[in-house]
Design a binder for this molecule. Structure first.
Ligand SMILES: Nc1ncnc2c1ncn2[C@@H]1O[C@H](COP(=O)(O)OP(=O)(O)OP(=O)(O)O)[C@@H](O)[C@H]1O
Ligand SMILES: [Mg+2]
Length: 266
């Protein structure tokens, strides 16, 4: 995958057209995706392309399908119709393909999901050693590099339970980065944090965005969205109702449900 920015520029917030006709490479391509839980349709005809280095913010009311959609991207969820291609690999039931995709996609969850019985360092070296087959020495070197980047190298030998929520989430981000992912998925990474810890996690994410990481992020932190998003996607009842660059999304939302949602959260 090339590192070319789909916008031909590195600046965030570049104005993106709603309809896409990019000829550059796509990090994620979702076409006609439909998913049901039994008789309940949770995702309806989702179409979304994410360019390499693009930052997409997903928002919408509770239960609208945001988590389900991003969990489809690393096949934590299956779907019944449509196609989903990640870094050129079409996701099917083929386990080899699923593993290939998961190696390229990092995910950060609301509740950190660190292994409580492993130290911070061990949390960060586990997958690089087991999946990427790195030596312990090399994996440790990489882990310390990313723990420094998230500004907590001094916590390396502690256990998750000994860290604050904000620190644990920064470890979760470092752990994902240790796998050298091409795409990062975030599912409400700050919504379980005490208010004073939100900014320290957002700061790390802003830094990551500025370095050109491809990001698909569910969040209701609209200041952050305004700061880093190339496009904001609004979902309701399993559907994408609106996709727009931040300036347009906030100043001129088109769909009445987007307006109502923004009225409630801003
Ligand atoms: N395993 C499941 N079985 C059945 N229904 C489910 C399952 N997981 C989610 N749902 C339903 O699918 C819908 C979408 O859920 P999802 O978690 O994707 O929403 P969300 O937009 O992330 O909401 P929130 O903002 O509360 O996190 C909800 O109605 C939810 O109850
Ligand atoms: Mg959710």
């Amino acid at each position: 995958m090339s590192s070319t920015n789909v916008h031909g520029a590195k600046s965030p917030n570049s104005q993106m057209p709603n309809s896409q006709n990019w000829d550059q490479e796509l990090a994620v391509s979702i076409r006609g995706l439909n998913k049901w839980y039994g008789a309940f349709q949770v995702l309806r005809d989702i179409n979304l392309d994410v360019g390499v280095s693009e930052k997409i913010i997903l928002c919408g009311p509770s239960g609208s399908g945001k988590s389900t959609l991003i969990r489809c991207v690393n096949r934590l969820e299956t779907f019944q119709a449509g196609t989903l291609t990640v870094d050129g690999i079409a996701l099917t039931d083929d386990l080899k393909r699923i593993e290939e995709v998961r190696r390229e996609v990092g995910m950060v969850f609301q509740h950190f999901n660190l292994f409580p019985h492993l130290t911070i360092l061990e949390n960060c070296t586990l997958a690089p050693i087991q999946v990427r087959k790195l030596s312990k020495g090399r994996a440790t070197e990489i882990a310390m590099h990313f723990l420094e980047r998230v500004r907590i190298p001094e916590q390396a030998h502690k256990y998750p339970g000994q860290l604050s929520g904000g620190q644990q989430q920064r470890v979760a981000i470092a752990r994902a980065l240790c796998m050298n992912p091409k795409i990062m998925l975030f599912d409400e990474p700050t919504s379980a944090l005490d208010p004073e810890m939100v900014q320290e996690v957002l700061d790390i994410m802003v830094q990551l965005a500025r370095e050109g990481m491809t990001m698909l992020c569910v969040t209701h932190e609209m200041g952050f969205a305004r700061q880093i998003a190339d496009r904001i996607v609004f979902m309701d009842s399993g559907e994408i109702l609106e996709i727009a660059p931040p300036r347009e999304f906030f100043t001129n939302p088109r769909h009445p449900r987007t307006k109502m949602f923004l009225g409630q959260i801003l």
